[in-house]
Design a binder for this molecule. Structure first.
Ligand code: CTP
Ligand code: MG
Length: 250
């Protein structure tokens, strides 16, 4: 067993909040994204299992589509999940940020480390989860797993109309850029304070901590922690699952 897969030391308890309330517009028409099947099992169940796979995580808070909490509760009841982990389901909000805040509101007092993990990243390996938790335990108020980029990134002046050519404004040095994933890990107090004070729209939780002026660190992410966003991502996710089944067979 690796050092960082140990259960919580006395006095630290870790919970995972899983925002799963999005529609999945970019994936196309159908059920809310988190409830779509991957390898025959809802994406959300994969994501919950990925968090519960860490021995440090003793509570998972699932933030369900606003009108879907009862359905999500019965899904969790219907699928085998580790006995050592508790589950809570709350309805989500209009934005990811609001959904995360509603999840935080449902946390019992005795958890001092919080992971926030997209339901849309169903295949994150447990080693990545444990590495994030370990870095928070070592004193970082916020930790994000991230990978170097394959593509060069351009900053542009966004087009007024779709399809119009867009002037390039800058080309940031690729070697200094990282694509961030989840789970992101936090000292609970810092994340709660961030949600109480930062009102700008953000696409990840760590950027709220940056706005507070607190230290955010990056640990290595994993290719399999990619976000299922567009239809092609479903093809990749099915392929990853098929490869895992094959490898498990040996
Ligand atoms: N999310 C949420 N509440 C919202 C919007 C998003 O809990 N109001 C969650 C999604 O369920 C997802 C995660 O935030 O697990 C990351 O968001 P994203 O990948 O953008 O998912 P969607 O918003 O569902 O997809 P889209 O933007 O294509 O509609
Ligand atoms: Mg979205």
């Amino acid at each position: 067993m690796s050092d960082d897969s140990r259960p919580s030391p006395a006095g630290t308890r870790t919970a995972a909040v899983i925002p799963a309330a999005g529609r999945g517009v970019r994936l196309g028409p159908g059920a809310p994204k988190a409830l779509r099947a991957l390898g025959g099992t809802p994406m959300l169940i994969h994501a919950v299992r990925a968090m519960a796979a860490s021995r440090a995580v003793s509570l998972v808070v699932v933030v369900a589509p606003p009108d879907g909490a009862p359905e999500v509760k019965s899904l969790l009841d219907a699928h085998a999940l580790p006995e050592r982990t508790d589950f809570v389901v709350v309805p989500g909000g209009d934005s990811r940020q609001e959904s995360v805040r509603l999840g935080l509101d449902a946390l019992p007092p005795d958890y001092d480390i919080v992971l926030v993990h997209d339901a849309a990243r169903p295949l994150v390996p447990v080693d990545t989860v444990d590495a994030v938790i370990e870095a928070v335990r070592e004193g970082a108020p916020a930790v994000v797993p991230a990978l170097p980029l394959a593509d060069t990134v351009k900053e542009v002046e966004p087009a007024a109309a779709p399809g119009e050519p867009e002037p390039v404004v800058a080309t940031p040095e690729r070697s200094r850029l990282r694509a961030v994933q989840t789970p992101q890990g936090f000292e609970r107090a810092a994340l709660v304070q961030a949600h109480e004070t930062v009102t700008d729209d953000v696409t990840d939780d760590a950027s709220m901590i940056e706005q507070l002026g607190l230290r955010v660190v990056v640990v290595p992410g994993h290719e399999e922690a990619f976000k299922v966003t567009r239809p092609l991502d479903l093809v990749l996710a099915e392929a990853v699952l098929a490869r895992r089944r094959l490898n498990d067979g040996f």
